[in-house]
Design a binder for this molecule. Structure first.
Ligand code: ARG
Length: 399
């Protein structure tokens, strides 16, 4: 039975459409929904609306549901609509009367907000570790090959000398920026929306600070309308952050594809990272780097979907918001997977020192020569022209 069932009959096609992918998507949310539900049950117990025994029984079954969800043992029947309904239905079947009491003073609106926020905190903690892992792999590359010179480019043309170390450190610094941005996000997500009900508070004397602390939040979100407005807004902020990380990966991957082009040969991917062609026997392709590069655009697509969905609504909950769940989960998963793969690639990257050194052709040092003349007292523009004149230039139109 649906939570809102009042005896009427819902059209089957409308039901399928409104349920959408929730039975599938909510499987990922279930452990967090159980954690939120446990905190809510403790809050009800605290104000005398659940007995000790009822609370203990509810907690026991919530733990069982969470364990089943983690182990992939749960199927949410579409007629139960979503994970929130699955939880109440199962609690009522297993625990009895107390199951019917747990939804006192909450709405699925603050329930889903709470579960999502717990999931988001958890996923972002995992991503922080994953970003640290990629930064560590880059540090390892710097340690083993940092001194090897590399041409530096502007306009896809050789510019000035660079090095493997300078290159690796650049991505480390970019990812450190991302971690600073993440800290702001973590602060936003550190406040509990539980107890804001459908978006206008609840006429029961809940101790919101207590339930917040039970879930490990640093505080509560006071204004219930604002709490509802964070649905979608925070998803957008998170996925915008993911695009920052994925942008770094996109450009790192692009460099690695070009630097490992056999005609350059500065980097090589170990064979175990390369994929072949169905037709051309000789091919060893960097598909992993191409997919990692393109993953940015998949995440950007998720961002645009969320951004489009959350706009143009008056304040308060709207079912539109259900559509933000899938792109959020997809973007989080893809970023996690891409970070893991890029960490392995950087760890395994082979630097061909001889090919790198051979690429350090004379023109890369032109600016250095001009600066040397400046040091000797020549005005820069004169030094620039002297060096330009000394460089052998191929015949052709000036430009
Ligand atoms: N699946 C819904 C969502 O993601 C759960 C909340 C339903 N709330 C409601 N008032 N119909 O938004």
């Amino acid at each position: 039975m649906k939570l809102w069932d009042k005896g009427g009959q819902l059209d089957a096609a409308i039901e399928r459409f409104t349920v959408g992918d929730d039975p599938q998507l909510d499987l990922e949310l279930l452990p967090y929904d159980c954690a939120g539900s446990r905190a809510h049950a403790r809050g009800l117990h605290r104000i005398g609306l659940l007995t000790d025994d009822e609370l203990a029984a509810l907690e026991q079954e919530l733990a069982a549901i969470a364990a089943d969800a983690e182990a992939g043992r749960i199927v949410i029947p579409p007629d139960l609509e979503d994970g929130h309904t699955y939880i109440e239905d199962r609690l009522t079947r297993v625990v009895g009367e107390a199951g019917k009491k747990i939804h006192a003073g909450r709405s699925r609106n603050d329930q889903v907000l709470t579960a999502l926020r717990l999931l988001q905190r958890d996923r972002l903690a995992g991503l922080r570790t994953a970003v640290d892992g990629l930064r560590e792999a880059l540090a390892g590359l710097d340690r083993r090959a940092g001194a090897v010179p590399l041409p530096g480019f502007t306009h896809t043309r050789k510019a000035m000398p660079s090095s493997v170390g300078l290159w690796a450190q650049a991505w480390r610094d970019a990812l450190a920026d991302d971690l600073e941005l993440l800290a702001g996000l973590e602060r936003l997500l550190d406040r509990s929306p539980l107890g804001t009900g459908a978006g206008y508070g609840v006429p029961l004397p809940f101790d919101r600070a207590f339930t917040a602390a039970e879930m490990g939040f640093g505080g509560v979100q006071e204004n219930p309308i604002h709490a509802q407005l964070t649905r979608g807004k925070y998803e957008l902020a998170i996925v915008q952050w993911l695009t920052q990380v994925m942008l770094d990966i996109n450009r790192l991957a692009t460099d690695a594809i070009w630097f490992s082009l056999p005609e350059f040969g500065w980097f090589r991917l170990p064979d175990r990272f390369c994929t072949g062609s169905s037709l051309m026997p000789q091919k060893q392709n960097p598909d992993v780097l191409e997919l990692a590069r393109a993953a940015l655009h998949v995440v950007t697509g998720c961002q645009q979907r969320i951004q489009g969905i959350v706009g143009n609504q008056i304040s308060g909950y709207h079912r539109d918001l259900q559509w933000t769940k899938q792109p959020l989960l997809e973007a989080l998963r893809l970023t996690r997977d891409t970070l893991a793969v890029m960490t392995a690639v950087v760890d395994g990257l082979i630097i061909d020192e001889a090919r790198c050194r051979a690429a350090m052709t004379d023109e890369l040092y032109a600016t250095h020569r001009a600066c040397e003349l400046v040091r000797q007292g020549v005005p820069f523009r004169e030094a620039y022209r002297q060096v330009a004149a000394s460089l052998a230039r191929p015949a052709g139109p000036a430009g």
